[in-house]
Structures are given as C-alpha cells and as structure tokens.
Design a binder for this molecule. Structure first.
Ligand code: ZN
Length: 376
C-alpha cells in the first residue's frame, strides 16, 4: 500500500489538487488488492465490466462501481480473514435496527491515525493542557463495538483527561440517557481552571442546552473550552435546529463562542475525518473524494447541484469501503463559496433519505445485493 502511505503522509490535508494523481494511484492500488481477495467485490466489478486498471485519472472515479451502505448493514463484507482485522466496529444502527460491521487492519488504522493527526494539527485540536471531558454519547464498554462511541472516546485523548463524564451511562444492562449527570458535571467543571471539552451527538447537546436554558442555568466555561459535535442528528432530524440558533444558545448557557464549536462528519462505512472549517463547512480532505450523483441516472452532477452522496477513500482494505453510496442527500460546493481559504470543495448534507424513497437507487442496491448473495 505504498500510495496509500504516501497519501496519508501528505502534509497539507486539504491540498486536493496537489494529491489528485496520488489519490487515483492509491484508489487503483486498493481496488486491485480487494479485487484479488474478495470474490464478492470481484463479482460486482466483473459484472460492471470494470477492472482496477481502468482507474487512471480522477474522471475515472465516476465509473468505479459503488457499494450502497445498505449492503454493509445486510452482510459482513470483510476482505481479509477475521484474524487479520485488529479492530471491528459497528455503526450505531438505523431505524431498521441493522448495523454495519467494518473491520480494519493495522495498516488501515495507521493511515487513519495519521489523517486524524494532520487534521487536528491544522485545527489545533490537540492540546497538552489537561481538560475535563464530557461525552454526549455512550460510556464505552469493552463489549460495545459501536464506532461512534469509540470515536467520541478517542477524541478525549486529544487533550489529557482530568475526568470523563458520559451522557449515556451503562446501568442495569442497558444504556440510559442521564442529562442531569452531565449538567451537574458542567456546573462543577465551569469553576475549574482547566477547560472543558464536549464531544458527541449534536442532538443531545441541543437538548441539554435547552434544558439548562429553561431552568435558568448559565455558566461561563473556562477559556480554551470546546464543543465538538459528531455523529449527526440521526433520528432527531425533525428537531434539527438552525445552526445559528445552536451557536447562540451555546453562547448564552455555556459562554462558548462560535469558533469554540467544531463539528465532525463521518460514517462507519466511510471512516474519514471531516472537520468543519472556521465558517463551519465540511471541506473534503485529501483522503477522500466526494461525488454527488443524480438520483435517477446516478451520473455525477456539477458542484452546486443536490444529489446522492457517494464517498470514495482508499483508506481501508479490511472491508471494501473504496466507494460507498450513502443514503444522504447533499451538495458539493466550490471552495470559493466558503472563502475561509481552504482550497477544497465542501460538502453540505441536506438530510437522509430512506433507500425505499429512491426507487432507482433501491433497484441498483437490490441488484448488487443479489450478485453478492450469489457470489459469496
Ligand atoms: Zn471553509
């Protein structure tokens, strides 16, 4: 995986133009590796008449067959034997109750670690100053393999932890949401001379801040405190609030400025670290490329046009994550539309659609599912 190594080693995480060639080489390398080892993946590519050597320029990415995330929820698609995968995580599941399982090799994780370090360095998220951590998510247990809980837990290592408080606590054999526990910790730590860092689901942060507001609780968190949001809004789409309203409430009840709020985007099926810029846009880092596809023709659409979000990364060989089709609708914007200085397009997620809502995509997914069922 020499091209992957070089790509994930590249110093500037938003230098898309400077890494276009390296990216396509890494994608070709990944595709050839997985093609040679996974009969299911090979069947999909063969059926589409696609071979890894076809990947010669960025334009060829559009022809690379993608796997819908629904496929990962239905089948365990490991490329390598289980013993070669040193870490296996699951997605947090959907309304259908099915979760994806994704395995990582040591090389996959090493690439991921380098990516996180490059991006965190740029956004100054790594600090040697100890912090109190509040996680709006699951208290990790060794038997809990949910990717999102480990991501949130991992973020608590960006700065030395004086304490960790969890909103979802393991009690009597189940996870229970305990906002009062979190609120008590916030009030207590607001008097500390060390910063407080939050990490977790935006919906829980929103509920908690609203609750504090209703109860008239206001704190001024110490300088250097941060509110880091990730894991999406999940089933709370109906509750999704305007971002400016969210920032205003964070200022009001926690004393946090807009620049202290950082949002992450990612998925178990596409474990790339999307981190918002100072203007709160998700620029595409060099480790991935994003195609927005027309829901009917599935052909890529120009920037600025909404469509289905197709995410491509050569990070993982433990699972065939090279090109995945999410059930998110989004728009890719030109870099200039943000103006923060990062020379990379940015992804706006408009919402989630059920696969059944996208007839053509569902048909495509069903077709791929059938092929895999037959060939595995
Ligand atoms: Zn920006």
């Amino acid at each position: 995986m020499k091209y992957r190594r070089r790509l994930f080693h590249h110093r500037d995480p938003y230098d898309l133009k400077g890494t276009d060639e390296l990216f396509i080489q890494a994608v070709r390398e990944n595709c050839a590796y997985v093609y040679a080892r996974s009969p299911g993946y090979r069947a999909i590519l063969d059926d589409a008449g696609f071979s890894p050597e076809r990947l010669q320029s960025p334009a060829d990415l559009a022809d690379l067959p993608f796997l819908p995330t629904a496929l990962f929820k239905r089948r365990r698609l490991f490329v390598l034997p289980r013993r070669r995968l040193i870490w296996v995580v699951t997605s947090s599941g959907t309304s259908s109750g099915k979760a994806s399982e994704v395995g990582f090799t040591a090389g996959d994780l090493w690439a991921g670690l380098k990516m996180v370090l490059h991006i965190c360095k740029l956004r100054r998220l790594i600090s040697l100053r100890p912090c109190h951590h509040v996680v709006f998510g699951y208290q990790p247990r060794l038997r809990n393999r949910k990717g999102v809980s480990w991501t949130a837990f991992g973020v608590t290592f960006f700065a030395p932890a004086l304490s960790r408080t969890y909103a979802l606590r393991w009690k009597n054999g189940d996870y229970v949401l305990d906002l009062q526990h979190v609120q008590d910790a916030i009030v207590k730590h607001s008097r500390s001379r060390f910063p407080l860092r939050f990490m977790g689901f935006p919906a829980y942060a929103w509920f908690l801040m609203k609750r504090m507001d209703e109860q008239g609780v206001r704190v001024q968190l110490p300088k250097g405190s941060k509110l880091m949001l990730g894991g999406g809004w999940k089933q709370f789409y109906a509750e999704e609030v305007d971002k400016s309203e969210f920032y205003a409430l964070a200022k009001k009840v926690l004393g946090l400025d807009d620049r202290d709020i950082i949002e992450f985007y990612g998925a178990v099926e596409h474990p790339i670290f999307y981190n918002d810029c100072e203007r709160h846009h998700f620029h595409v880092p060099i480790y991935s490329r994003v195609l927005i596809r027309d829901p009917v023709t599935l052909r890529p659409v120009p920037n600025g046009t909404p469509g289905l979000v197709n995410l491509i990364t050569p990070m993982d060989v433990g699972t065939p994550l090279l090109s995945v089709m999410t059930d998110d609708l989004g728009i890719l914007h030109d870099p200039e539309e943000c103006g923060c200085g990062l020379d990379s397009p940015w992804l706006e997620i408009l919402g989630r659609v059920g696969l059944q809502d996208i007839k053509t995509c569902a048909a495509g997914a069903a077709e791929i599912l059938n092929k895999v069922e037959v060939s595995l």
